[in-house]
Ligand binder design. Sequence first.
Ligand code: FES
Length: 160
Amino acid sequence: MTFSPELEAKFEKLLKSYPPGRQRSAVVPMLLYAQDELGSVTGELVEEVARRTGITPLEVNEVVSYYSMLSRQPRGKYHIQICTNISCLLTGGEELWEHACRKLGIGNKEVTPDGQFSLEEVECIGACSWAPALQVNYEFHHHMTPEKLDRLIDNLRKAV
Ligand code: FES
């Protein structure tokens, strides 16, 4: 399987950072980096990561099934994760979630037809003190309101 030179460099650095026989520790970051480049975790990627880390494809598949941040479904260029756990729920997280679904015209784990946005309702993302919170790719947005979400999405659309 062929990756970009940048991703190959990340893989090499990761695999070297663990002692011999411990390359399995690189599985999660390798999958995350590759998912960023490919848009999803494919079967071919699972095979490749298994080969490079010396574990079985079944073990890599178990990791993919466990971690919700790893996805076998293609995501949008901007993956919006909205927390509806207790702190966010109490401060408008559910309204925010419903507003996002209406604005983008998609539901949980769906992608807009142009491939630009995907939505996911998630458990606590560790930003309870700034609830309601959401994440776009790796970037956090705090104290969100439907109006702030509209501005955020409109600005991302302009950046496309
Ligand atoms: S409950 Fe939403 S960030 Fe923790």
